[in-house]
Design a protein around this ligand. Structure first.
Ligand code: SF4
Ligand code: SF4
Length: 367
């Protein structure tokens, strides 16, 4: 974050810039800044990544490419992007323990209220106020779903630097426990100073910690990533993931947990996580998940973020975790749940076949 204003003046509205930055601070954003709405400097890198690595079932990444590459294709009169970040976790060790029965963890960004809502409900009133005062101007609020390169804009706006794990490492020592939002606007605001330098140097901790070898320096392989698999991948999982998903039921924090920049510190303690992200659901008993129905799941009142995974995906994710554990450790409740899933003709074929295979393993383990 930086309140500094760029020295190279292009007729920026400095007074309005200062006022907006103060408003963002007052709205409780952990990090905030402004960048020019300019074309990406990573077009070749992005195109090559898409061609070489692919985006799995996230086919939306192949759409609206020109808008993604240039915010002026997204909002034709755009001149500035107001960038914000909320901090959702302190980085302290995860308090979840698995000493009773197999449970699956939720990535920390998704444990509390949905960040799309939490950020949008503070950015929209700011945009509305600006719309009233500057009726000839454009204001588009974006939180994750718009075709713009959020991390690059946030980096240029001084919010942080992108690490080898491809996530933004926030300033103020908040690490990567952050979620991003933007207002793309035609106002001519003064850009903040980007943060210079490579945050990683010789470190490889995130690469070493990734359970599925999904990270090369500054290059993510989505089709190997547990976050992608558990949230975005709608169909049967690749064999690749068998016995590799640890206890991650929805998302994965392993690379962020490993990063030295994401560890709690005296400095980062000054930037408190936003209370909206306090955990409502941190983990689930896997036997319960395997028995969820549409109505029993609805009763849990999961956030919109958690509902991105459909019911059969939750069960698939649970089975992948179970397959990585010893059958001798399975509770009677879990074995019963596998039996019911295998016998239910209304369930997805992959779920039934995987349950049958696991039940066979359980029977053999008792011989
Ligand atoms: S989220 Fe998990 S699986 Fe994906 S890159 Fe990070 S550590 Fe690897
Ligand atoms: S763990 Fe190390 S290599 Fe990975 S992003 Fe953090 S500093 Fe960079």
């Amino acid at each position: 974050m930086s309140d500094e204003i760029s020295v190279k003046d292009e007729g920026f509205d400095h007074a309005l810039t200062r006022e907006i930055l103060a408003t963002l601070a007052g709205a409780g954003f952990a990090l905030y800044g402004i960048c020019r709405a300019q074309e990406t400097s990573h077009r070749a890198h992005f195109t090559q990544w898409l061609a070489e690595v692919g985006c799995g079932e996230m086919t939306y990444l192949t759409q609206h490419i020109e808008q993604r590459m240039n915010p002026q294709e997204f909002v034709p009169t755009a001149r500035s992007i107001i960038c914000v970040a909320d901090r959702y976790a302190s980085g302290k060790p995860d308090p979840i323990h698995h000493n009773v029965s197999p449970r699956g963890r939720i990535a920390r960004y998704a444990r509390g209220r949905d960040y799309h809502l939490v950020i949008r409900e503070r950015l929209e009133p700011i945009a509305d106020d600006l719309r009233k005062r500057f009726p000839g101007h454009r204001f588009r609020v974006c939180v994750d779903t718009a075709p713009i390169l959020e991390r690059e804009h946030a980096q240029r706006a001084g919010l942080g630097r992108v690490g080898k794990h491809t996530l933004l490492i926030g300033e103020q020592s908040v690490g990567s426990w952050i979620v991003l939002g933007e207002i793309v606007t035609s106002l001519n605001l003064a850009p903040s100073e980007p943060v210079a330098g490579d945050p990683c140097a010789t470190c490889t901790r995130c690469i070493d910690a990734c359970p599925t070898q999904a990270i090369e320096p500054w290059k993510l392989h989505p089709e190997r990533c547990i976050s992608y698999l558990t949230i975005e991948h709608r169909s049967a999982p690749a064999k690749w993931f068998e016995n590799r998903t640890d206890d991650w039921l929805f998302g994965c924090d392993a690379c962020v947990e490993a990063c030295p920049h994401s560890q709690p510190s005296q400095r980062s303690a000054r930037v408190k996580p936003n209370a909206n992200y306090e955990a409502r659901h941190s983990d689930f008993d896997l036997a319960d998940v395997l028995q969820w129905t549409e109505s029993s799941q609805a009763a849990l009142k999961l956030s919109k973020a958690l509902l991105r995974a459909k019911l059969s995906m939750w069960k698939r994710n649970a089975l992948l975790i179970v397959s990585g554990t010893s059958p001798q450790s399975w509770s009677t409740q879990l074995v019963d749940a596998l039996g019911r899933l295998q016998a239910d003709a209304t369930e997805d074929v992959w779920l039934r076949e995987k349950s049958e295979q696991l039940l066979r393993l359980h029977s053999q383990s008792k011989i």
